[in-house]
Design a protein around this ligand. Structure first.
Ligand SMILES: *Cc1c(COP(=O)(O)O)cnc(C)c1O
Length: 383
């Protein structure tokens, strides 16, 4: 039985209140296995922000993954579930956060500025440091812009300084942008990393680790390259820029591990015919569909309730009293012309960046509830 079939069986048997996210943990584990096979020898650090559901983290602990954490809260979560090999991947952190992480055994940190590096040296002495590069490359659906990373020249200097401060100058990282559909997008970062390794080497510091970030995409309404296609492109870029041998590789997959394992069931809250037909759902920008901002992610939406007749173009919008809570104004969507309040819809491939982005109570609407299916036994989260 496929993950989708298991999820739909659960929904048919239990008819939980909507909106809800149903996640199939076996599908998450399968993806982890595929990544492990396609990138043999690479260390996989799950980017916890994609879906911090405890059952997901626990499943990936069991699968032997490490974790890319971005805050003390994510560290607490991972440690409470027995996770090891935490990498503090957020370049933005306060000295107190560094000290807290170090106290809980975190020994790997990512940085991109001298101030943060000196804080790591002071509060996490002897830790391994990875310097994040800012690389230009093909745009992704949800890019990081210029918020993170430094130039290759500065990165080499930071690795040298790390060594001088008694830290372990492990290597460099970059992120090619989330939902990155171009497997060639890793090449500019790999080329820049090779330059940094050479520049640091010329100053007597041997870096050894290359963190390729996340970014691998899922299909949603279109298609995405397979994990194998990403692996092939990345291997090619590594061979041309590191002819003397590949560094230790780290990957930080988020979306590609969890998105396809999840489905959101939603109910039509109302329909209004204007110049166009507006269909209001019980889920919107603030209770799970944050990535519809700028219509960056266009989810596959399928009617569950059967209605005869032709489909008609619709604007999909969320339930709150907020003018920005519109999901798709430009991206074309259509639903049966006779759609009405109470109809159910499924939003597919919705396991990543949904529940974790849900507000605590905007307009009195509670956060998106998650149900996890674990090999036939289902559990709810009861937060
Ligand atoms: C968000 C994030 C990831 C995960 O990115 P995906 O595109 O979801 O794979 C990995 N690394 C860092 C540093 C991140 O911030």
């Amino acid at each position: 039985m496929t993950a989708l079939a298991r999820i739909r069986r659960f929904l048919a048997e239990h008819a939980p209140p909507t909106p809800c996210l149903v996640l199939d943990l076996d599908a998450v584990a399968d993806r982890a296995g595929e990544l492990t096979r396609e990138f043999p020898g690479a260390r996989l650090c799950y980017a916890v922000k994609a879906n911090p559901e405890p059952a997901v983290v626990a499943r990936l602990v069991a699968a032997g993954l490490s974790f890319d954490v971005a805050s003390t809260g994510e560290i607490d979560l991972c440690r409470s579930l027995g996770a090891h090999g935490l990498s503090y991947g957020n370049t933005i952190k306060k000295p107190a956060d560094i000290a807290y992480a170090f106290g809980l055994g975190v020994r790997e940190f990512v940085t991109d500025t001298e101030g943060d590096l000196r804080a790591i040296a002071e509060h996490a002495p002897g830790s391994a440091v990875t310097v994040r590069l800012l690389v230009d490359g093909p745009a992704s659906a949800t890019p990081f812009g210029r918020k993170f990373g430094c130039s290759p020249e500065l990165a080499a200097g930071l690795l040298v300084l790390a060594a001088e401060l008694g830290l372990d100058p492990a290597g460099v990282s970059f992120h090619p942008g989330s939902q990155q559909l171009d497997p060639g997008a890793w090449e500019p970062g790999i080329a820049a990393a090779a330059k940094v390794f050479a520049a640091a080497g010329a100053r007597g510091v041997r870096a050894r680790r290359l963190n390729l970030g996340g970014g691998m995409a899922v299909g949603y309404r279109g298609t995405a390259p397979s994990i194998g296609a990403y692996a092939t492109a990345i291997r090619g870029a590594l061979a041309s820029h590191f002819p003397g041998g590949t560094p230790e590789l780290v990957l930080e997959p988020g979306r590609v591990l969890v998105a396809e394992a999840g489905l959101i069931r939603t109910e039509v809250a109302g329909v209004r015919d204007d110049e166009k037909r507006w269909v209001f759902l019980d889920i919107g920008r603030y209770n799970g569909l944050a990535e519809t901002e700028n219509e960056a992610i266009a989810y596959r939406v399928e009617p569950v309730t059967t209605r005869d007749g032709a489909h008609t173009g619709v604007i999909l919008a969320g339930p709150t009293c907020d003018g920005d809570d519109v999901l798709y104004l430009r991206t074309p969507y259509s639903l049966p012309a006779s759609v009405r309040a109470g109809d159910l819809l499924d939003i597919l491939d919705a396991g990543a960046y949904t529940a974790s982005y849900s507000s605590v109570s905007f307009n009195g609407i509670p956060p998106l509830r998650t149900y996890c299916l674990d090999g036939g036994t289902e559990g709810t989260d009861d937060r």
